[in-house]
Design a protein around this ligand. Structure first.
Ligand SMILES: [Zn+2]
Length: 230
């Protein structure tokens, strides 16, 4: 499937790759690609048709549909826990991984992003705050589709704590750009996902059984979002 670029504004481009999306953030000195998609297309080359600046890559987490074209980058940013937990150190032995930490800022020239650790969906999940655009890139952790909470690396209690942590930061962003589902959500979606997840943990929501990727899972459906769990 061909990649599709959608210009959001002068400094932000959304790149659709089937059921997942990436974002290209453009500073004055360099551009930052958030995630590398699922199709395995040369997304670095694609980005070079969109900007003349050098393009660096950052992964919100290590799930397959977010690292599909990491091999085209000689280095990338990722949390250490997903580099190890999702096996990316072995998967991309030729690439250097810069481990990101909570509160770290990456300067793109005239524009900075902040890393916010939000473990739960995976142990090394991060959100990226675009400070001047007041946008939060939430990866899979805040979205209006079903959030995958089954399989390896999921941490249900940490996920609740991370949503609470994001809730404490909502004065810093107006919009959320998730990797799946509706492309733009308002900042109150953090609370909506938190409330729905709380209902799952406290067993207030009833689940139904579903087969997905060959595994039997429980699907929880709330008004605004849902979860696929063990
Ligand atoms: Zn995903």
């Amino acid at each position: 499937m061909a990649l599709e670029a959608i210009q959001i504004n002068e400094k932000t481009i959304r790149i659709e790759d089937g059921f997942v999306r990436m974002f290209l953030l453009i500073g004055e000195k360099k551009a930052l690609l958030i995630d590398s998609g699922v199709s395995g297309t040369d997304v670095k080359k694609f980005c070079e048709t969109l900007t003349d600046l050098p393009v660096e890559l950052l992964n919100t987490h290590g799930d397959k549909d977010h690292v599909g074209s990491n091999q085209f980058f000689s280095s990338f940013y990722l949390h250490e826990k997903d580099a190890i937990g999702c096996g990316l150190l072995n998967q991309f032995p030729k690439s250097h991984i810069f481990f990101v930490n909570d509160g770290q800022r990456i300067d793109l020239g005239g524009k900075s992003v902040e890393i916010i650790e939000i473990p739960g969906h995976t142990r090394g999940s991060v959100a990226v705050l675009d400070i001047d655009q007041r946008v939060l890139y939430s990866g899979d952790s805040v979205q209006d589709g079903h959030i995958y909470m089954f399989g390896q690396h999921r941490e249900p209690e940490l996920f609740a704590a991370s949503l609470k942590k994001l809730q404490a930061r909502i004065s810093d962003f107006d919009a959320i750009y998730p990797s799946h589902g509706t492309a733009v959500l308002s900042n109150d979606y953090v609370q909506k996902v938190y409330d729905a997840w709380h209902k799952v943990l406290s067993k207030e929501l009833v689940s139904k059984k579903l087969e997905i990727h060959g595994s039997m899972i429980r699907s929880y459906d709330d008004e605004d979002c849902g979860f696929y769990c063990e």
